[in-house]
Ligand binder design. Structure first.
Ligand code: GLC
Ligand code: GLC
Length: 811
């Protein structure tokens, strides 16, 4: 069943019922100011860091769900309704929500009145803009009252939801004209406040939640809205809010609109006050003025659309398939931008209070983002590298506001260092900007420890080289990519974190997966060394890599597939001798992507085993058989009920590894089959089963062992975005940036006759046409660049600004 449809011309997903299986959200903002916005206008706003600079409140485990947001109540006589149906849930006569790229438009109508709520965060601005337009289409005059409403968060979202003995006494606001200022803690240790405004004077306002909602009221039944209106309350402690009341009279056929804003302002120490106790509003007033002039909202919308058109112009496929084109050209790239911005911090499943930016997550997000805005990718690489320790290991997470590593989780995830090579390598291949390697970057955020980025990569590589276990495979530490395979943890007590309990390093537990990574990204490092004239070091690196590759093919090989690991007792994890968890997806994907066993047959066998043992109709599950008991020696993975999360869920992130792996072996049919199975646009028809948004990937889909097989969870923030984009754009469609130029090497289903790709690469535009006259899955017969046949399949790097036609014939 569907709850909407794709409007590809407008690049929107149009939701036609407010009763989606779960709130279906969008992200507004792409640099510093962000708003999460659901299809009924639920959500919240923050500046840079969803934990430390939360502007508005959100209650994740609320019932009913999704109560907080940027709400409008419309009252006509004794009927109250919201343009997005929530929270009053008065039946609407029409409803739609258009989630576009960086904006959302919700429209509802009732009693001949149409309301449209358009929301966006303008480019480069630290505010949310919301335009409410009301038209009276009823044929007779109407008197309406409109009430906007938001609830402020007292900045630190963790503290806000726990430290009530303090918080209920500290809330402070100021009111001036049509603006409400939230200034809690500004007096002492903060240099920032929030401002809510309207572009016209309201008839009344409230800033105390008790006054507007009522102590025993609810967002579904605010006392002010259902009673006699706003009372002019001023919040002193308790819950500061911003609510206003506009009494409107609309003649038949008349419409009106009001633009609202929610902004974040910082003032330096010497400019904090305009009078004792009165905050300096200069910057806020400038912001309000800028967006109150006629046409400002429309201009902001146009600029936003123009910037997205530009961002998406770097990779455009013409495949003849509507679903594929919309995934590649719109939604997959859009999700890559969002994951790049958020890492795993703030979604409807990630509270924004916990994880900050992940080292490995952010490095992988770069893989799908780097072609859009390489300069931001560059900055990100340097930020991430600065959280690396001098020995090459790394903080597992860091806080976006401070860019400092989180001590609470610390280090010891032994795949982390190699992901830094992966991200940097992708950046250099995309841009050809070798100068990044010479950038001085601190270790452990300590400028006195700064070294060139190349030295960071060297230590990343060396860290693994020097941390090998009894079988010559890399030691796993706290965990590798699979955060839940905790082989040195041995946690027995509830409440202990699987991530930090036990020693961060054990001398025995090894990871075959990191072995595969070391081969893949170690080779990337060796190529970088060669290109920078360090041949001897490259040779030494290659010999360490060969040794690990041999270990993977020896102790890491089970006979039909790659093993997963060795536990702290030296027992096999992910082998035929195991009762549960005989085979895992990760090493099959990573080792074959690294081409381990590609020439000697193990790679092909491993992928056949995946198909035989892990395939389901909704995607490939992470392992089989699922763990039914808690295995102390394996940790969190066996704590999940069978079929969920890492315990045999369809962890979407590593499905594209199998796609990429299949293309390494030339299996275009199978690669595409795996790709399409989890691609959101391909499963739109089962939205009632899948439940999460049909325009983005979810981290996990419940596996075949689960009661809710096929149900998605943790939508939006997942490495799946970057990896699926890589798998379709580079591995299947075959347009691959290399250190020397753009390689064309498609691996497609045999029945695909051809396709086109327009690719902006290092400033030049390549118009590529691929034909497949003989129905092959892989292989290039000829490549013609501007009418001339070239040797090989790597397109030359062209002058920036030039445009070139490339004709490729497969065969
Ligand atoms: C989550 C984490 C990611 C990890 C994955 C598998 O998505 O963000 O870092 O690799 O789970 O455990
Ligand atoms: C839990 C999740 C896993 C995630 C980790 C991050 O273990 O299951 O997916 O990577 O938390 O802290």
């Amino acid at each position: 069943m569907r709850f909407g449809y794709f409007d590809d011309t407008k690049r929107e997903y149009v939701i036609t019922s407010p009763r989606t299986p779960l709130p279906w959200i969008n992200y507004l903002g792409s640099e510093d100011f962000f708003t999460l916005c659901s299809n009924t206008a639920g959500g919240y706003s923050f500046y840079r860091d969803a934990r430390l600079r939360r502007l508005t409140r959100y209650r994740y485990n609320n019932s009913p769900l999704d109560q907080e947001g940027f709400r409008f109540y419309i009252r006509e006589d004794d009927i109250v309704w919201n343009p997005g149906w929530q929270p009053v849930q008065t039946e609407l006569e029409s409803y739609s929500c258009r989630h576009g790229l960086g904006y959302t438009v919700i429209e509802g109508s009732r009693g001949g009145v149409k309301a449209s709520q358009e929301m966006l965060v303008p480019n480069k601005a630290n505010c949310l803009l919301v335009r409410l337009s009301i038209s009276n289409e009823s044929g007779f005059a109407k008197k309406l009252s409109v009430f906007p409403y938001i609830e402020f968060c007292l900045w630190d979202a963790v503290d806000d939801s726990s430290n009530f003995q303090r918080n209920w006494s500290i809330g402070e606001v100021e009111i001036k004209g049509s603006a409400i200022y939230h200034k809690t803690e500004y007096r002492e240790r903060r240099d920032h406040y929030a401002v809510f405004w309207a572009d016209r004077e309201p008839d009344a306002f409230d800033t105390s939640r008790d006054a507007f909602i009522g102590v025993y009221g609810s967002p579904a039944r605010p006392e002010a809205v259902f009673g006699s209106g706003c009372t002019g309350s001023v919040a002193h402690g308790w819950q500061p809010i911003a609510a206003q009341q506009f009494d409107l009279e609309l003649a038949a056929g008349e419409s009106t609109s009001i633009v609202f804003g929610l902004g974040y302002i910082e003032n330096s120490e010497d400019e904090k006050w305009e009078a004792p106790g009165v905050i300096n509003k200069k910057k806020a007033e400038d912001l309000i003025a800028a967006y109150s002039c006629a046409g400002a909202f429309d201009r902001a919308m146009e600029e936003l659309k123009a910037s997205w058109a530009d961002l998406l112009s770097h990779y455009i496929v013409g495949s003849g398939s509507e679903k594929l084109d919309r995934m590649v050209n719109i939604w997959n790239q859009y999700q890559c931008m969002v994951t790049f911005n958020m890492s795993r911090s703030a979604s409807y499943f990630e509270s924004g209070m916990g994880r900050g930016m992940g080292f490995r997550d952010s490095c992988q997000d770069l893989l799908g983002f780097v072609h859009m805005i390489p300069e931001r990718a560059r900055e990100r690489i340097l930020d991430i590298a600065a959280t690396q320790f001098p020995d090459g290991s790394a903080y597992h997470q860091y806080q976006p506001l401070t860019k400092k590593g989180n001590l609470a989780v610390g280090s010891g995830f032994n795949d982390d260092p190699l992901w830094l090579i992966a991200g940097t390598d992708a950046y250099i291949r995309e841009t050809g900007d070798w100068s990044i390697l010479d950038e001085n970057v601190p270790f452990d955020n300590d400028p006195s420890l700064a070294q060139p980025l190349s030295e960071h990569l060297r230590r990343s590589f060396r860290y693994t080289t020097e941390h090998l276990g009894p079988h010559g495979l890399p030691l796993i530490g706290r965990a590798d990519w699979n955060d839940c395979l905790n082989l040195n943890c041995f946690s027995k007590h509830p409440g202990e974190s699987f991530q930090i309990t036990g020693p961060s390093e054990g001398p025995v537990a090894e990871s075959v997966f990191i072995g595969g990574m070391y081969v893949k990204y170690g080779r990337a490092w060796a190529d970088i060394l060669k290109h920078t004239g360090l041949a001897a070091e490259a040779e030494a690196a290659e010999s360490s890599i060969s040794a690990v590759e041999a270990a993977v093919l020896d102790a890491g090989w089970d006979g039909e597939w790659f093993r997963r690991a060795y536990d702290a007792y030296g027992n096999v994890v992910g082998g035929s001798e195991c009762e549960e968890g005989k085979i895992f997806i990760e090493p099959q994907g990573m080792c074959v992507m690294a081409r381990v066993g590609a020439e000697t047959g193990e790679a092909a066998k491993a992928l056949e085993s995946v198909k035989k043992m892990l395939d389901t109709k909704y995607g490939i599950v992470l392992l089989q058989p699922a763990y039914t008991k808690y295995h102390l020696e394996l940790g969190e993975i066996s704590s999940y009920p069978p079929g969920y999360k890492e315990n045999a869920g369809i962890f979407c992130h590593n499905n594209p590894w199998i796609v990429c792996a299949e293309t390494e072996l030339g299996h275009g049919d199978r690669a595409f089959e795996v790709y399409a199975r989890t691609a959101p646009a391909y499963i739109e028809d089962i939205s009632e089963i899948h439940r999460t948004e049909p325009y983005v990937y979810s981290q996990m889909i419940a596996g075949s062992d689960a009661a809710t097989f096929g149900e998605g969870k943790n939508s939006w923030l997942t490495g799946t975005a970057a990896w699926t984009f890589l798998s379709i754009s580079q591995a299947i469609l075959g347009v691959k940036p290399t250190l020397d130029g753009l390689m064309i090497d498609p691996c497609i289903p045999a029945d695909v006759k051809g396709f086109t790709v327009t690719r902006k690469f290092r400033g030049a535009v390549y118009d590529i046409t691929v034909e497949n006259p003989d129905g092959v899955q892989k292989g290039i017969r000829e490549v013609i660049v501007d009418g001339r046949r070239i040797e090989g399949n790597v397109l030359p790097v062209l002058e920036s600004g030039s445009c070139t036609k490339v004709a490729v014939v497969m065969g």
